[in-house]
Design a protein around this ligand. Structure first.
Ligand SMILES: Cc1cc2nc3c(=O)[nH]c(=O)nc-3n(C[C@H](O)[C@H](O)[C@H](O)COP(=O)(O)OP(=O)(O)OC[C@H]3O[C@@H](n4cnc5c(N)ncnc54)[C@H](O)[C@@H]3O)c2cc1C
Ligand code: HEM
Length: 412
């Protein structure tokens, strides 16, 4: 079948599928998990309940399949998806399983419109996308395998230390049990851990940013505990790590991946904006620059609830003293305005700066005289990042990078 015919047939039938997206998503996953129950060990079944991730995956499949002839424009998104897939150890054979469920769901939904030619067009378009993604993933797996000390899938690490960084935020220092050297990573990238929690039927995989500089003899992850709320149960893995995992325990760890990392090919001023535990990938960037003796101008702002939830506070003080071009600021959102003065001295003599939500006025103070070529890296809750993105965009800063700690969603 010619490419033009594939495009025509998929485009012709896509609106009927997209019009009923959430039902299609449900039918697709029901088919997938009924025929491949073992995949429940790979998918985050909590995300299935809250729906965000489930929709994202199918939307992307439909988007990619209908744009399979414009892959160049989808490159960054494809790399981001692949990085997530790699952290979950998705293999080429898995694409056939997803493809079979996708085609069965499409066929059922289209009914009489699902002619053999239409179904062939969807199959060919899906196969093309699957080849592109699994090709990117194979390159990453090969890279992991061939680095000194590299590995594929999940490898046992010992938790050598657990460090309380702030209220409900712990770091876990991880060293490989096979004694091999640790492959390096780019500051900002994440790893994933796979845990079998007692009482849970399925293995759980979660991503965690590496929070220290590459090149150490260990990996460090820093995890915020998701406590139960009135309308949500406690997070499975973060609670398990906080309540049960101690020094000496074993964790299964994947090799690092991720598309959010420091651009090492520039000396432009660097602005790191963290909301809560979103400090973790930014901490890796900062530690890396300190370790290599970089001379970049760096501004770091951490918005946290209060001084108790302010992770890495002592370490940042040390770095700021050692590194004259680093300026650090903290914004305590749940401390009423006026509880400390706007220089924050009452709150925290070295680092406090303001209270309340981040505003444009804060940015005026923070970014005064900053070059428009500055690089921004931001990580935190979605609302925080959307707010920051809007403020920075309005000020004409182009180099904005964001990491979402969950299913990818637009920050525009
Ligand atoms: C690239 C990346 C990097 C990350 N880096 C870090 C990091 O450095 N540090 C860090 O702490 N986290 C990080 N995360 C987040 C981390 O992967 C986990 O998502 C987080 O630890 C929560 O996992 P959990 O198993 O505890 O919660 P889950 O059990 O997965 O639950 C997720 C959330 O949903 C809520 N929830 C559960 N069930 C329901 C329901 N039925 N209705 C409504 N809400 C519900 C829970 O309360 C919880 O807040 C990162 C994520 C990504 C994608
Ligand atoms: C053309 C094929 C595919 C496309 C376009 C696609 C797209 C996506 C997208 C957009 C995400 C969300 C990324 C993020 O949130 O950062 C995602 C996540 C995910 N994908 Fe894929 N995917 C495809 C194939 C597969 C296959 C074959 C598998 C393996 C069975 C798979 C398993 C997953 C899992 C487990 C997640 C994380 C979601 C969760 O745990 O809930 N995907 N994919």
């Amino acid at each position: 079948m010619e490419q033009a015919e594939i495009i025509a047939l998929t485009h012709q039938t896509a609106p009927a599928l997209v019009s009923d997206g959430s039902q299609l998503t449900q039918d697709f996953y029901q088919h997938l998990f009924t025929h491949n129950p073992a995949l429940k060990h790979t998918f985050n079944m909590v995300n299935q309940v809250n729906g965000v991730q489930a929709g994202a995956l199918l939307d992307a499949i439909l988007l990619f399949v209908t744009k399979f002839d414009q892959l160049d424009t989808l490159g960054p998104q494809a790399r981001m998806i692949s990085a997530k897939h790699v952290s979950l150890d998705i293999q080429p054979g898995d694409y056939a399983l997803v493809g079979a469920s996708l085609l069965a769901t499409i066929q059922a939904k289209l009914g009489d419109a699902a002619t053999p030619a239409v179904m062939k067009a969807w199959e060919l378009a899906y196969t093309r996308i699957a080849q592109v993604l699994s090709g990117l993933e194979e390159i990453a797996y090969q890279g992991h395998r061939t680095q000194p000390g590299g590995w594929n899938a999940f490898k046992p690490f010992t938790v050598t230390r657990v460090v309380a960084e702030a209220h409900n935020i712990n770091s876990y220092i991880l060293t490989p049990q096979d004694g091999q050297p640790l492959p390096t990573y780019l500051p900002g990238q994440f790893t994933s851990v796979a845990v079998q929690i007692p009482g849970q039927v399925y293995r759980q995989i979660r991503q965690y940013s590496l929070s220290d500089a590459p090149g150490r003899a260990y990996y460090r992850i820093t995890v915020k505990r998701h406590e139960a709320l009135a309308d949500a149960p406690a997070g499975l893995v973060s609670t398990y790590l906080h309540e049960h995992v101690q020094a000496g325990d074993t964790l299964l760890v994947h090799a690092p991946s991720g598309e959010f990392y420091l651009d090492a090919h520039t000396d432009a001023p660097l602005v790191l904006l963290a909301g809560g535990v979103g400090i973790t990938p930014l901490m890796a960037m900062l530690e890396h620059l300190a370790a290599v003796g970089s001379n970049r101008e760096i501004i770091l702002l951490q918005a946290t609830h209060n001084p108790e939830s302010h992770a890495f506070r002592q370490r940042l003080r040390i770095l700021a003293k050692r590194y004259p071009r680093l300026r650090t600021f903290a914004l305590y959102q749940n401390v009423p305005v006026g509880a400390g003065d706007s220089d924050g001295d009452d709150l925290d003599s070295d680092m406090g700066w303001g209270t309340g939500q981040l505003t444009d006025d804060h940015l005026t103070d923070l970014l005064a005289d900053l070059s428009p070529a500055a690089d921004f890296y931001c990580c935190g809750p979605l609302g925080f990042m959307r707010h920051v993105n809007g403020l920075l965009k309005a000020r004409g800063f182009e180099n904005r990078n964001f990491e979402v700690f969950g299913p990818s969603q637009s920050i525009d």
